[in-house]
Ligand binder design. Structure first.
Ligand code: 5GP
Ligand code: ZN
Length: 396
């Protein structure tokens, strides 16, 4: 592997190192690995071909653009911790991934695409049952949403601007006998698993794979008054966020499952319910023995949108993340979030309250694979060593 080192001028502030590092994956296709030194001065890249001056200049220019756009004029957001249960006594200090793979509990089909075996599946079901119980206390209406989402829907809520890097497009072959015959005869994958077909074979893109669950509800409510002026709904479904070289283990999947409780109505209705769901889950997490904290956070907006949007979210406390402890790497992982979108969807999708003003929305969302992974990181694979509530569910 070839290495390319770039000095960041000025150094990247400590609070932005993780945010900038996650964007380096999208700077240039030669980059296979990217690391920023702790002091924020050095960017170390592993690239897939020998480094000549031309390549260095090309990559360096783009990296500097990312760093400048994301960091110039930024200030450290004040992180507010709402719950701190990080000292819950957990038992395991190893990464559960190797044993899960070895036992066949996980099968990696490709980067970010995993099959879950019986133990992990039941653990996911256990968490899902907890969330279903949460939804029941809110008398939430159940919904089922499609995996595909029309491009024009995402366009309407500015998703292309905010998260272009993580989009996953759905297409099909053009309705043309020659194109279909040609595909049938010649389609094959190379050693990287890449299909050898040219873009001309494919139809124009009308749909994408859905990046979130709650969007589907807002689209179903669009362009009309909300009956009764309030609603609470729940749904679970697969979500897709392309994460390039950041796809690692169950921590970051291309295809993951999100469970959501969704609030639509007046501002106070949404905020009160978001808070009530947080309080309910605090008790549930205590029963499960999860080591975690809840703190203010921001979404991973792409480079150009990052500074303004992240600062806005943080200033108005629009997002709280549930960050579970990963003892084996002495860090945390976001397993869920409590979100308030203000009247963003109400305005963009023209969903109105009885007085004609736009609705406010919010959601409580959990990543099911991440929940299972965080739990296994804290308690290991031996059911006998798990907290009693979870053992009971497994009949132990
Ligand atoms: P959010 O709407 O806060 O971005 O996502 C809600 C939850 O979905 C996150 O807290 C996390 O648990 C899960 N999630 C988001 N992105 C990923 C991902 O790339 N991989 C996995 N496994 N879960 C994710
Ligand atoms: Zn949501």
């Amino acid at each position: 592997m070839n290495t390319l080192e770039i000095i960041s001028q000025p150094p990247i502030p400590e609070h932005l190192i993780g945010e900038v590092q996650s964007k380096l994956a999208y700077v240039d296709e030669v980059i296979c690995k990217a690391q920023i030194s702790k002091d924020g001065q050095k960017i170390i890249l592993e690239v897939n071909r020998p480094v000549d001056e031309l390549l260095r200049q090309r990559v360096e220019e783009k990296i500097q653009r990312v760093v400048t756009t994301m960091t110039q004029g930024s200030f450290r957001p004040k992180v507010q911790v709402l719950e701190d249960n990080m000292s819950a006594p957990t038992l395991n200090t190893n990464d559960p991934m190797p044993e899960l793979m070895q036992r066949g509990e996980l099968h990696c089909e490709a980067d970010g695409i995993f099959t879950l075996g019986p133990l992990v599946t039941r653990l996911v079901e256990f968490f899902e049952d907890n969330f279903i119980a949460l939804a029941a206390t809110f008398d939430a209406q159940p919904y089922r949403f499609p995996v595909l989402i029309p491009a024009r829907y995402l366009e309407r809520v500015n998703y292309f601007k905010a998260f272009p890097h993580s989009l996953t497009f759905a297409t099909h072959l053009r309705e043309d006998l020659d194109a279909i015959d040609h595909f049938a005869q010649s389609a094959c994958c190379d050693e990287h698993g890449d299909l050898n077909q040219l873009p001309e074979s494919f139809a124009k893109i009308q749909a994408l794979l859905s990046p979130a669950v709650c969007y589907h509800l807002y689209f179903a409510l669009a362009d009309k008054p909300l009956p009764g002026g309030k609603m609470i709904a729940t749904a679970v479904g697969p979500c897709f966020r392309y994460e390039s070289i950041n796809l690692t283990s169950l921590e970051r999947l291309w295809n993951f499952t999100m469970w959501e409780l969704i609030f639509v109505g007046e501002k106070d209705f949404v905020l009160e319910n978001r808070e009530a769901s947080r309080k309910y889950m605090a008790k549930a997490f205590e029963d499960i023995g999860l080591a975690y904290r809840v703190e203010t956070a921001n979404d991973p907006f792409f480079v150009g949108e990052f500074r303004k949007q992240a600062a806005f979210q943080s200033a108005f406390q629009l997002k709280y993340e549930i960050r579970a402890n990963l003892p084996f790497k002495n860090s945390t992982l976001a397993v869920g979030s409590y979100n308030y979108h203000q009247d963003f969807f109400g305005r963009h999708l023209n969903i109105t309250l009885p007085d004609g003003s736009p609705v406010h929305t919010g959601c409580t969302a959990f990543g099911l694979e991440r929940m299972a992974y965080a739990f296994l990181s804290q308690y290991g694979l031996d059911i006998q060593k798990w907290p009693q509530t979870v053992k009971d569910y497994f009949g132990e």
